[in-house]
Design a protein around this ligand. Sequence first.
Ligand SMILES: [Zn+2]
Ligand SMILES: [Zn+2]
Length: 57
Amino acid sequence: MERTGLCSICGRASKMHTCMLCGRLVCDQCYDFVRNVCIRCSVTPTFSEKSPGQRSF
Ligand SMILES: [Zn+2]
Ligand SMILES: [Zn+2]
């Protein structure tokens, strides 16, 4: 569901998306459509994707 409101991160009025992690309403530019989270939660790795010391190449 899309709703209009003020973005919790940048403060601009746009169509809002609800972050799956923190639940805050953010706009398109502050939303990660791949992870379905806001950019604040997107920059925080939920699990270790890369393991240091192990390289494929
Ligand atoms: Zn925003
Ligand atoms: Zn979030």
